[in-house]
Design a protein around this ligand. Structure first.
Ligand code: GLY
Length: 383
């Protein structure tokens, strides 16, 4: 039995993994055909439109379960999701830069695990779509779409840190087609992110605004974070994980250095229970909600970093990942609520808009499960 117990709390990772299987089996019945995004106080996951950026996470959880256990029912439940989401390419919809979040845990993993040719086609279609959003003057992938009245109106020249997580889709397409065009776009976007988003102290801004005609950097915007100059914790997590993925895909040490710098900022600014507030630089810390989704995705990214650094450095990253996962498991999970359809509690979606605060978020559940699977030896990174 593998014990993970280097803090005040301990957990038995084999038992946790077995509990997670039971939990996901129950979620399959509870969630059915829904595309879950948010579960509130009643513990029931909503049914979100499948063009939303979150639509890949539930099928991603099923594919990890299938890969780890070989059990067919996970594969059967995950199978149709790439086609469901793909439908939005041929009708009015709101797909944007986040197609990586949607198709890496559906089409791409499906193709990798089953060799299904149609899944490959869909993955490549998504990569072409993402590549088509590249602004060559500013070397960035454009965020979101133009929607009059939306909070991000006027965003033609905006790029966001979250998009680092979509770049593995472009590397996969380059490898699959033996054509470096996609990879060049990913590299160019990552260089821009390194230059403009990641600050000296390892924090990251959420949005950078460029002149879409000239590509000139104009300013940073607080976006889903507290303010310009603040440090949105989920965005910091996307940067940590995204730059570590860039290192995995390129072998270029400056990307690993960036991931480490961001990780040090993230770890140094956690609350005592190893979970971050929704933004590391809020004024009223007493009133600020936490964001367990940021904690879960950072834990998964920290596990990756621990594999890429020399053994003498690895402990810092892996131990902190375990501290975070232990805290999520003991303090922020629904193990004692079998009717609750989610795994984690206390996620924060979009605090400045006042939306989805103190809720369960499917991406928090996904990255928690992914991180535990990595501790159990799963090594087929989707992101
Ligand atoms: N990609 C959007 C978010 O993290 O909320």
């Amino acid at each position: 039995m593998q014990q993970v117990s280097d803090g005040n709390l301990s957990f038995d990772i084999d038992k946790l993994w077995s509990d997670l299987q039971t939990k996901v089996d129950r979620m399959m019945v509870q969630i059915g055909d829904k595309s879950p995004h948010v579960a509130r106080g009643d513990g029931i996951y909503d049914n979100n439109p499948t063009d939303a950026w979150t639509s890949g996470f539930w099928p991603g959880m099923l594919w990890i379960m299938y890969d780890m256990t070989g059990k067919e029912h996970y594969k059967q439940a995950a199978w149709h999701w790439d086609r469901n989401i793909e439908e939005h390419f041929v009708k009015p919809s709101n797909l944007y830069h986040d197609v990586g979040f949607q198709f890496l845990p559906t089409a791409v993993i499906k193709y990798k695990l089953t060799g299904d040719a149609d899944a490959r086609r869909i993955g490549l279609e998504a990569a072409n779509f993402l590549a088509g959003r590249f602004n060559i003057a500013g070397n960035f992938i454009r965020a979101w779409n133009t929607i009059p009245g939306a909070w991000h109106e006027g965003n033609t020249g905006w790029a966001i840190i979250d998009c680092m997580m979509n770049l593995p889709l472009l590397f996969w397409a380059s490898e699959e087609l033996k054509d470096p065009r996609f990879k060049h776009i990913a590299m160019a976007h990552a260089e821009t992110a390194l230059k403009h988003f990641i600050r000296e102290d390892g924090s990251s801004c959420h949005i950078c605004c460029f002149d879409p005609e000239t590509g000139e950097f104009i300013r940073e915007i607080g976006g889903q974070g507290y303010a310009a100059g603040s440090a949105w914790s989920r965005g910091t997590g996307w940067a940590l994980y995204g730059f570590s993925a860039m290192y995995r895909m390129t072998g270029q040490i400056r990307f690993l250095d960036a991931a480490k710098r961001v990780a040090h900022f993230f770890v140094a600014n956690l609350e005592e229970d190893n979970i971050p507030l929704w933004d590391f630089r809020v004024d009223d810390r007493e009133e600020a909600p936490r964001d367990t989704s940021a904690a879960a995705l950072a834990a998964s990214g920290l596990i990756d970093i621990s594999k890429y650094v020399p053994a003498s450095q690895a402990k810092l990253y892996i131990n902190k990942a375990k501290d975070i996962l232990r805290s999520l498991t003991h303090n922020y999970s629904t193990w004692d609520q079998p009717d609750h359809q989610a795994i984690l509690l206390q996620g924060t979606g979009h605090k400045p808009l006042g939306s989805n605060i103190n809720v369960s978020l499917i991406y928090g559940d996904y990255y928690y499960l992914e991180a535990i699977a990595k501790l159990m030896g799963w090594n087929k990174n989707m992101f």
